[in-house]
Design a protein around this ligand. Structure first.
Ligand SMILES: Nc1ncnc2c1ncn2[C@@H]1O[C@H](COP(=O)(O)OP(=O)(O)OP(=O)(O)O)[C@@H](O)[C@H]1O
Length: 320
């Protein structure tokens, strides 16, 4: 495993009474890497993040950074956005950020400067004196992210930072995370918004029942999947792939955007597939299929399902 500045989770296991929330979860986030942590409700993301923060202990396994176990002084330098947002509801926005910076050991002028910087950066200048309680949920979330950033963290661990944000705030949040990563900070965040994760992340980890079932950059995840072509042909039974019978090993694997998805075995010639399609009728489109992260995700968590059933919106917060 890395000892080069990576955040490394090594075989973390955690039970809540008899519920096994984490099952030897291992993963790492490199310096400057944006790592998207995805998984269904109850998969174990929050538990893992809370263990990284040290607010929850693992039953076994370790968390290390720069090759050393994470100790308390380092944990204080993590920027954390908890799932259950933790701000002082009655305190003003700027005052709150300043206070949090002070709690992390920053001197008063530095705390003031950083609070001002993040208030402005998140478009909260007009709200700087408002109590957090009186802000919209999206604005509360901007403050929450500012709170995670106000002490110049060396690691960022963010539990669903994008949930409930409007598109403008999503862009702002994405920009800030990219910037932090560009400074060399490892950024770990969870999200159910798979399109966003696909756009933003260098690497993605898919967690199911407390264990990492797949990880890599999205292209890498694609390459490990089956080889598929999306074919549109005007022929009788085209949607069911009746014309496929002449192509050795080819299998209909559902549809995507109105095209038939055809799975080809390794070594099969795609030109044989094209010729078979042409002999069935006029071919309107023929291309290698590039699955979206949402499709890769569904196939990883439910491997028995066909691509046909994997179409549809990305799972949102309340998806099972
Ligand atoms: N305080 C707790 N007491 C008992 N069980 C818990 C507790 N916190 C979490 N669990 C259980 O541990 C498992 C993992 O939950 P966790 O909150 O880590 O998942 P998650 O991936 O963050 O889910 P979500 O996407 O819904 O936020 C679930 O089965 C959950 O019910």
């Amino acid at each position: 495993m890395h000892d080069d500045g990576s955040l490394v989770l090594d075989r973390l296991t955690r039970y809540y009474k008899r519920v096994r929330a984490l099952d030897r979860l291992s993963m790492s986030v490199g310096p400057g890497e944006l790592f998207g942590f995805v998984g269904g409700n109850g998969a174990g993301k929050t538990t893992a993040m809370r263990i990284v923060l040290g607010v929850l202990a693992a039953d076994s396994g370790t968390v290390s950074w720069q090759g050393r176990p994470l100790d308390l002084p380092t944990r204080r330098r993590i920027g954390y956005m908890p799932e259950e947002r933790g701000l002082y509801p009655k305190m003003g926005v700027r005052e709150q950020l300043e206070h949090l910076a002070r709690l992390h050991g920053i001197d008063p002028p530095g705390a003031r400067r950083r609070a001002d910087h993040w208030v402005e950066r998140f478009g909260l200048t007009g709200r700087a004196r408002d109590e957090v309680n009186n802000l919209s949920l999206g604005n509360q979330q901007r403050v929450q992210l500012a709170a995670a950033l106000v002490h110049d963290p060396v690691l960022l661990v963010l539990d669903e930072p994008f949930s409930g944000l409007d598109p403008e705030a999503v862009d702002m949040m994405s920009g800030v995370l990219r910037e932090r990563a560009a400074e060399g900070v490892p950024v770990l965040f969870s999200s159910h918004q798979l399109e966003l994760v696909e756009q933003l992340c260098d690497r993605v980890g898919i967690i199911k029942e407390g264990a990492l079932i797949d990880e890599g950059d999205v292209d890498g995840l694609r390459d490990r999947g089956p080889r598929r072509y999306a074919v549109r042909v005007d022929a009788e039974g085209a949607d069911e792939g009746a014309w496929l019978s002449g192509v050795a090993g080819a299998r209909a694997a559902g549809t995507a955007d109105g095209a038939l998805l055809v799975e080809l075995p390794d070594g099969a010639d795609d030109q044989d597939l094209l010729r078979a399609a042409l002999s069935a009728g006029p071919v309107r489109s023929f291309a290698p299929h590039r699955p979206r992260l949402a499709e890769l995700y569904r196939e990883a968590v439910e491997p028995s399902r066909d691509a046909a059933e994997t179409e549809g919106p990305a799972p949102e917060r309340n998806a099972a």
